[in-house]
Structure formats: C-alpha cells, structure tokens
Ligand binder design. Sequence first.
Ligand code: ADP
Ligand code: MG
Length: 689
Amino acid sequence: MPLDLSDNIQYLKGVGPTVAKKLERIGLLKIGDLLYYFPRSYEDRRELKLLSSAREGERATFRFTVVEHTTFFYRGKTHPKLKVRDESGFAYLYCFNRNFITNILKIGTSFFLTGVYTRKYRVPSFSQFDYELDGDKVDLGIVPIYRLTAGLNQKMLRRLVESVLETHISAVEEDIPEFIKKGYGIDTKGELIREIHFPKDQGSLRRAKEHYSYEEFFKYQIVCALTKNHHQGAKKQRIPLNGELKEVFFKSLPFSLTAAQERVLGEIERDLQLEQPMNRLIQGDVGSGKTVVSLAAALDVVERGGQVAFMAPTEILAKQHFYTIQNYFVSLGSKRPVNVEFISGSVKGLTRKQIVLELLKGNIDIACGTHALFSEDVDFSNLSLVIIDEQQKFGVLQRGALRAKGKDPDCIVMSATPIPRTLSMTLYGDLDISVIDEMPKGREAVETHIVKQAEIKKVYQTVKEQIGEGRQVYFIYPLIEEGQTNDVKNAVDAYERLKKEVFGDLRIGLLHGRMSDSRKDDVMKMFRDQEYDILVATTVVEVGLHVPNATVMVIEQAERFGLSSIHQLRGRIGRGGQHSYCFLVPDRTTGREAWSRLRILKDTHDGFKIAEYDLKLRGPGEIIGKRQSGVPQFIIGDLDINSKLIYRAQKDARKFVEGEIGTKQERENYLKQFMESEMYRNAMLYFGG
Ligand code: ADP
Ligand code: MG
C-alpha cells in the first residue's frame, strides 16, 4: 500500500525505528513533516573552484580525484590522510577521526568537496570539509543545509526529502484560494516546497519563499479576520463611566501620569464606552507605566460592576502582578473594596474550588493569573475586561479563548516588546494599537558597557562594590535548551563557578526554566526579599520581574541574545531610581559584526529604535519570539525579505472574508475547506466551539 504523508516516518524507505528516533528529535514524526523541514541555509556548489585559484581560509566547492591513501598521527592516534588532485594541482585531506572515509573515497574515485582551503601545513590542505560522491543530483547545485542532531547527516536528510518529494509532491494540498494564487502567478504548493529545498537559482528560491510566506500569512490573516468578525457587532452593556474609583486610585499614587499615559488611558476609556468590544494593544518600554494605565481601566470596569481577568504568561509574573495590584488597591481604602484573587495551575483543591465559586458569584472583581484563567472549571459571572500582559507570548488564538469566557469582553493586551509599527500592524491584525512612548520623569538610563572576557574581573569588582552598598545583581545566561551543545555555558555551571571561585562570601540564587514553578517562586521571593545578593538566571527574568534594589546586570554570551531581549532584560535594573549598570560580556569567539551590533545598546535606550535594528539585522523572530503561537514559523524567519507581499496577504484575506474579492462560491468553498484545516480546528478548540 502506498504511504501517506500522515504515516509514521519510520516506514519510509531507509529509515526504520533507529533513524526514526533521531528524526523525532528534530521534530520529524510523520512523512509529511519532511516536506516542511526547511533548510536552515544553503550552499552554492554550482561554481567549482580550482586549487590554483583558492585563497587561504576560503570556503568553496572543488572537484577532486583521490590519488593516494596515507595517514597522519595526532593525539596518540593515526587518522587517514588523503592526497587528491584537480586539474590545477594537489591537496591533502586531513581526516580527523574519519577512519571509514577510505572505504568511500577509494583511490581513483572522483568526488565533490566543500570546505575551507588552507596552506597552514605548507601544502594546500583541508581538514574541515563535506564531500559528495560524483553524480548525485541532490548534492549539487544549490544544496540545502538542514538543522541536524547526532546520528543524522546532510546527505541522509537530503535524500529523504528528495524521495518524499518524488513520490508525494502531488499529494500536497493547496490551502489558499485558486483565484488568488493565479493573480500572483504562484506555483502549486508542492512546487514551492520543492523549490525551497532544492532551488534552481537564488532568484527562484527567493520567489518561492516569498510566495510560500504569502500563503502562510494569508491563512493566518484569515483567522484574524474571522476572529475580528466573530467579535464585531457584539453588543455590550452600555453603562457610562463614572471614574470615581480611578480618581481615588490616582490620588493614592505618589506620582501623576505622564502625558503618554493620559493619552493612552483616554483611548482605552473611549473604547470602553463603544458598543464594539475593545481589542487594544498597549505598547511601551519596560517601566513606561502600562500596568498602571491598565489598572485604571480595570477600576472603571469594576466600578460599573464588571469583572476583570488579568493574565500573565508565567506563574512568577502573574504572582507579582497579583501582589502589585493588591498593594495598589489597599490604599483605595473603604471607598469600594476591590477583591483581587490569584489563579494558576498551582492553585488547587479546596482553595481553587472556593475561588472558582466566588468568581461565579461575582464576588471577585479582579482575577489575576496565568492561562489557568481560561481552564474549563473557571467561569465568571460578568467578565467585562481581559488584560493580558507580555502579550507576545500569546497568539490570536489564545486571546480569542479568553474572550470567549465572557460575553465579548473588552480586551487590552500589553507588550513591553516595542514592535515596529509596521510589523505589529501585520501580526496583530485584529488589534488597535496604543503606544506609551514616554518614560516617567527622573528615570535614568542604564549605563551599558561591552566588556571583553579578559576584563571580567573589573565587572566582578563593580558587582562587589554595589553589593557592598546593599544593592543586588543579576547574572544572565542564554537559555538552557534541550540538546544544545555544551558550548552554551549554562546558568547552572555559572552558578557553581561564581559560588566557588568568585563570590564565595555572597548569597547567590539560581533561577532557570527547568525548575518547578514553586521552586522558581521561592527563589524569586528570596531575591526580592534580599535574601540573595546575586541571582543567576536564564532569560526567565526577561518578563517582568520587579526588584527595585537591583542595580547591576551582567549578561554573559551577550552575542547570543537579540538586542530587544537585552533591552528588556536591562529594564529589570535601575527600577528603584539608583544609577545602574549593564555589562554585556560576549564570548571570546564573538566576531566583529556581533560586537558592533551590541554597541547599539550602549548608545540607544529607545526600545522602538532598538527593535527596528533587530528587525533589520536579525529578522522579526528575534523580536516576537520564534514560537509565537499562531504565526507560521517560516514567515517569522523570512518576513524581512518579503514584507510587501505580506501586507498584501493581510489585505487580501480581509477583503476575501468580507466579500470584496472572489465570488460567493469561492468564498463558501474555501471557508468550508479552511474550517476543516488544523489551524482552524485549533482556533475553534480555544473558542470552545
Ligand atoms: P510597565 O508595566 O510599563 O512596565 P509599570 O506600570 O509597572 O510599567 O510601572 C513601572 C514603575 O513605574 C512602577 O513602579 C510604577 O509605579 C511607576 N510609574 C508608573 N507610572 C509612573 C509615572 N507616571 N511617574 C512615575 N512613576 C510611574
Ligand atoms: Mg510590566
């Protein structure tokens, strides 16, 4: 029986259970997954280099014939050394630990070699190289380079992808309307996929990527358009705003709002009084005062008898918001007690039952928590406003799910990641946008330095001084990710080292994503309560930890972070008004380009500008997070090359849903098919039907 794209990958010829396990590690489970496993880069092997014209350090492709097998000695072992030639001369291949190679590259065999040419050993030679035997088409031309894991190699993957394309290309279904594809002259989806794996030339690759992205984005925008429509026309209760509670709140604050905060609150309050549910994104740098604004809006809603759900992406952050909100509202006095409760996955048993009951009775005004706020057992009596913090971690689908808990409640999402306006308009097609583009007065910019590894002692000195003055310090490391190579100096190692070798007398805490939520919570609490001087952490702290006493942040392997991430991270310090320092410490091996990229952070403190740089330099994935739910992965990586077409996708999708383009028949057929798609099914799962 012929295999299906949805069949287990292990049934594919040349795979079997062992290889299947390895493929699973890179996310390939079904045969069809191979088609969508796009290359991380390409190697252009079309132009062959001659040895006589190769330059020191140059990476290029050659065509060689094996002349002689010898060996060389290194670290107590013999390794194969091959003499090869092309029409212009000879070279040697130093094959470290590749003992099997002589069985493949036999004397007289001709083959293609791609590698770094060097004359380091006086003769032309190669020690880092890939090779392909003559005659295999998939290994020539512009060759795909895939992300791999141990036990897999490029050749294998290339052949697997090629064979699936061979047998199944016609089984790839179209998923955007025919008439739209025709209008742009877009190839069949199967052909696009083939071209992305095995491009004919750079131009056609680029076009295939653009077209593919257009399709992905069109579908995404269809979901946005449907959600938007789904919520339009929904009637809300019209109760005019009074604003007394909010005024009491403002009087209790030791500051007055900035002009930007006033403006944004005005925009929100206007929305609150419209019939259509509000869907608004508030963007603003860390500390620009988004939370305060959203809480003022929350009080408006509470005052007129509505309930508010305040959601954050992590337990830690949600807890912290919960405390903040409680603190703020304690000072409201007896004017109108505001009941705030906390819900997350860790709130269980009787406590949970009680909270759920009180919510349902309407006795809780503000429920603060994680996505547990939209678990099945949680219901509100009158959910009127949903506030989502750090919204880039949620997609349009989750927003829809939360809204479905109420009768089309108003919705505010807050993001501290300043997304360039052009990008946010496309990605958050279902939202209106407000920007807080002004920091409260008296905020000092974080003094930022880029420090060589060799000079890390100076950093340690500053750390000690600051701690001596009673301040606290963060050390930040790149994320611990499963299967990462050991060159990632992870937070755990650093923690041990700093403790043993550098700051023996100080109190050091450790925080990373693999710890249990309750353990994380404990550590955060201890740092906040100044039971630790230093917190060693991964980017877990990026989202919103508020410890005003912290004045120093050391970011190791800074070259691995996006600029926006670093900017957010450093927003964690200097929150108490003291002068503060951020030290970016790139790895020893960091190239000049990465260094100059980091320099932008030294001179720029405007999150939007920094985001623009990130967008230009590294693409949108850096800014919005690679795993943003609902946004197709491929687009995120390549949006920079094709943003024009992507805007068209948004317009086209909206027009199509609203009936401005395409026939009624086309629309009905398409939406029917679309509603059977995985993307739509997932969306509806969230919406609850
Ligand atoms: P964001 O949510 O944008 O990170 P917050 O609303 O949490 O910002 O505010 C950050 C800090 O600044 C809080 O301690 C808050 O009390 C304070 N703050 C907010 N608005 C102002 C203002 N207009 N003037 C001075 N301090 C402010
Ligand atoms: Mg915040």
